[in-house]
Design a protein around this ligand. Structure first.
Ligand code: ADP
Ligand code: MG
Ligand code: MG
Length: 844
């Protein structure tokens, strides 16, 4: 009944049902909160009457009356949403306490210290939560009193101190609100419940929901529960525990407690809590009960639990139980152990691990014990931690990590960083970067290229100086759990890999081939760029061919490395894709160079610079993304495609001669017309066959296919398939061309606003747009298969590593996804989850 009672209410009810000791109480449902919100804060008719009837019943059951002078009933009023929102909403303890009931409580317990401690806590919480008194005002008074008394801890204060403190707190509240706190206990209760309803819409709760995709209209439940007291001296305690270690997953009791304390004291860090194990010596009976309750709850829920407890005078009560949040490493270990212990099956285990979380394991991480304070925060665009000196230009950088002032989660910086497995904090809006002065300013702090910073790409935090890191490990748990995923999934998982090193890494991480090898990256290397430029700028066919002849062996060597790493598995090499001017100097920079040389330089140099400027100007395009690129480029300059085909086939022959098994796929980008592919295929096949014939080889199979990344290609896939052995949907470009947005321009501007305003449900570059782009993929697959039933279909692009997109692609029925090496484990698990979800849907 989680959606009605909230997570906390359902947990408490379940514990009571199975006989774990919890205090008595009742839950006001989320439906009541929703009704109150709809009424603009006015409660629905009858709600207050119902609550009072339940309170009457609670008073009868406990033999106590709320706020009475003798044997008073005190309650807690606790928020509790359907999805856990830790620390986002409010709870009030000790409600019902007043001058007279504090006296009654002191008399009953024989412990006036405890009574006044409870009272001062109530005034503070009620003041903050219900009356909006700034919490700091109370904290300041407490600190001042402790200083006056030379007290280190709250527990060092005397009864009289606490009595004075309560009076001071009431004065603080009166000065802040202009009136006394209400003393009528039922009126306090009504206002407290109303404040908890309202805390659902507090700004911090709203922000948290947006960040965690929690709908705004669920509302919170309110749990009214009899107070039990952990602050009744040395035989009382309060604490928090986990049934296993949430950081490592180890099967051990994990937790902390404080003697003579209440509520949040443990987590608030007011006093240093003690290790759970020490409770055994102090309160052995309560400890033994706690151990058996922990076992019971873990078995009951079949998962690691996070538990809040209080011991009052030696008697144990559990106050909350929920599934414990854990690190990725712990998630894998717990899953594996629970399966081994027979508590759950492997499919349940797979359903419980969030694929996105696996990313954490593949990058060095910050030592979790660090205590540094961040300088600022940005988006956690690529996980892991990096330590390094600041560098302000790409030429001098050998990047450990990337920090940007602008750009989103799928900005190029972020995509590239994820691809390389480098941590990235993107769009840190407080940064002011002066690239010329080589300074970075955050508020009042100015850092230069002499400074070192630490980036935490997992959280988006930026720290000054070098923090300690812990290295990534592919553990046994990791391999075991991903092995289960491989047994379940239907989708193949390949890697986007441009180098031999990428391919090796990808294979280690479980890639079943390369789905996209981008050849242009090979042109960008500093030793090759001059040759590429000579090729582009050549005036004659002969000089162009000379440059190409120089490039061929270099490309061949690259391909050999990749074919070697992927022996036995397919490698799809994409022919050159970007427009040629991307390999030339920037137009503006070249103009400036010419100006500089005009002001005083070698005449020869000036002449060359001018000629180059003229070429760059003539090749410049207004919309390079839609210009002379992809197959258009190779059809205009077939010699480039011929050179690349030769390099690919020669590499395959060389690798085969070493006894390995290269599986060659040649992929043509940006095809919009079947005729483009027909012609390009002719060139590729003629060249490849010529190479094979020259080598006297007849049995080296290769396949020729195309990217589908234009809407026209998806719609005419039936005709295109006549010339293709395979389709690879390039969903990055397909998204740009379908929606008609340029990613680089959109992410920094309107797309951010669209996401904020809810005009689009998700960033279409991060998560495949199901209704638009997804439909084109479906159409392309269907039409292609109608022409060629054995057509193989895959998806390359960032979406191939995104769990939500993978679920969609699994349903559409493509054969494989291809993603950056570090996303491969995520994709393997997400592909398995897609199957399990589908099976669950079919059952329903
Ligand atoms: P949160 O959602 O922030 O954890 P809770 O409603 O769980 O807030 O309350 C915080 C803490 O207050 C609990 O962990 C528990 O220690 C204490 N608390 C809540 N209700 C009671 C109660 N009826 N008796 C004793 N302590 C309580
Ligand atoms: Mg709690
Ligand atoms: Mg493309």
């Amino acid at each position: 009944m989680r959606s009605l009672l909230g997570g906390k209410g359902a947990g408490v009810a379940e514990m009571r049902r199975i006989g774990v000791p919890v205090p008595d109480g009742f839950t006001v449902t989320t439906a009541a909160c929703v009704a109150a919100m709809r009424g603009g804060g006015t409660w629905p008719d009858g709600l207050w009457g119902e609550i009072q009837a339940h309170l009457d019943a609670l008073e009868r059951r406990t033999g106590r009356v709320l706020g009475a002078a003798e044997r008073p009933l005190l309650v807690s009023v606790r928020s509790g949403a359907v999805f856990s929102m830790p620390g986002m909403m409010d709870t009030i303890l000790n409600l019902g306490i007043s001058e007279q009931s504090a006296a009654g409580l002191a008399a009953e317990s024989g412990d006036p210290r405890f009574a006044w401690d409870s009272y001062r806590r109530f005034v503070q919480m009620y003041g903050e939560v219900v009356e909006g008194v700034p919490g700091q005002a109370f904290e300041d008074e407490l600190t001042a009193l402790k200083d006056r008394r030379g007290a280190r801890q709250d527990t060092d204060l005397t009864v009289d101190d606490l009595r004075d403190l309560t009076a001071t707190f009431r004065r603080v509240a009166r000065e802040s609100t202009g009136h006394d706190l209400p003393t009528e206990p039922r009126e306090q209760l009504r206002r407290a419940i109303d404040a908890v309803f309202a805390s659902w819409d507090s700004p911090r709760a709203q922000v948290y929901r947006r960040l965690n995709d929690i709908p705004d209209d669920l509302g919170t439940a309110v749990n009214v529960m009899q107070m039990v007291f952990g602050n009744k001296g040395g035989t009382s305690a309060t604490g928090v525990c986990f049934t296993r270690n949430p950081a490592t997953g180890a099967k051990e009791r994990y937790g902390e407690f404080l003697l003579d304390a209440q509520g949040e004291d443990v987590v608030a860090g007011i006093r240093t809590p003690r290790r759970l194990q020490e409770l055994e010596t102090v309160l052995p009976e309560a400890y033994a009960r706690l151990m058996s309750a922990m076992d019971r709850l873990e078995r009951h829920y079949g998962d690691m639990q996070d538990i809040e407890f209080t011991v009052e005078d030696g008697t144990l009560y559990l106050l909350q139980v929920r599934t414990g949040k854990r690190t990725a490493a712990a998630a894998l270990k717990v899953a594996r152990d629970l399966v081994a212990e027979g508590l759950i099956d492997t499919e349940t285990a797979l359903r419980r691990i969030d694929p996105a979380q696996l990313d954490q394991l593949l990058h060095p991480a910050l030592d979790p014990d660090h205590t540094a304070t961040p300088l600022t925060h940005g988006l956690n665009a690529s996980p892991g931690a990096a330590v390094g000196r600041l560098v302000f230009d790409a030429d001098t950088a050998a990047a450990q990590g990337v920090l940007t002032a602008h750009g989103g989660m799928t900005s190029h910086a972020a995509v590239v960083a994820r691809g390389m497995g480098k941590p990235c904090v993107a769009g840190a809006g407080d940064l002011r970067i002066d690239a010329d002065a080589r300074t970075l300013t955050i508020g009042g702090t100015v850092l230069t290229d002499a400074d070192t910073v630490t980036l935490d790409g997992t959280t988006g935090a930026v720290y000054p100086g070098a923090l300690p890191l812990v290295p990534p490990r592919v553990t046994d748990d990791f391999s075991t759990v991903l092995g289960w995923a491989d047994d379940v999934r239907r989708l193949g998982v390949r890697a986007n890999a441009d180098t031999g090193a990428d391919a090796v890494r990808a294979r280690e991480l479980g890639a079943e081939g390369v789905g996209l090898c981008r050849t242009e990256h090979m042109f960008m290397a500093t030793d090759r760029l001059p040759v590429v430029r000579r090729m582009i700028l050549a005036d004659t066919a002969a000089s162009r061919q000379a440059a190409l002849d120089q490039l061929l062996p270099v490309q061949q060597a690259d391909f050999e490395e990749i074919f070697t790493a992927m022996t036995g598995l397919p490698v799809a090499v994409r022919l050159i894709d970007p427009p040629l001017h991307e390999f030339l100097p920037d137009l503006v920079e070249q103009s400036l160079l010419v100006q500089r040389l005009e002001a005083g330089g070698e005449p020869g140099e000036l002449g060359q610079a001018r000629a180059l400027l003229a070429r760059i100007t003539s090749m410049a395009e207004a919309n390079p993304m839609l210009g002379t690129r992809g197959v258009r480029l190779t059809l205009l300059h077939p010699e480039i495609g011929v050179m690349q085909t030769r390099a690919i086939v020669r590499a395959a022959l060389a690798v085969r001669a070493r006894g390995l098994d290269p599986r060659v796929e040649i992929m043509v980008p940006l095809v919009g017309y079947a005729e483009e592919l027909r012609r390009m295929r002719e060139i590729v096949v003629a060249t490849a066959d010529e190479e094979l014939a020259a080598a006297g080889v007849t049995d080296l199979a290769y396949r020729v296919g195309t990217m589908i990344e234009l809407p026209r290609a998806a719609l005419t896939a039936g005709e295109i398939a006549e010339h293709a052995d395979f389709f690879s949907f390039g969903t990055n470009d397909l998204t740009q061309t379908t929606i008609g947005v340029s990613r680089d321009d959109a992410e920094g501007s309107f797309l951010a606003a669209y996401l904020e305003e809810g005009i689009v449900p998700a960033d279409p570059f991060a998560s495949l747009d199901a209704d638009g782009v997804g439909e084109l993929v479906r159409t392309g697959v269907e039409r292609g298969l109608r022409t060629r039933p054995d057509l193989e279909t895959g998806v390359c692009g960032e979406h191939g590593g995104d769990p939500a997109s993978i679920t969609l692609l699994d349903r559409i029925g493509v054969d494989y996804v291809s993603c950056s090496p570090y996303r491969i484990p995520v994709a393997r698990l997400a592909a398995a989850r897609a199957r399990l979800d589908d099976a669950a849907r079919d059952d329903a």
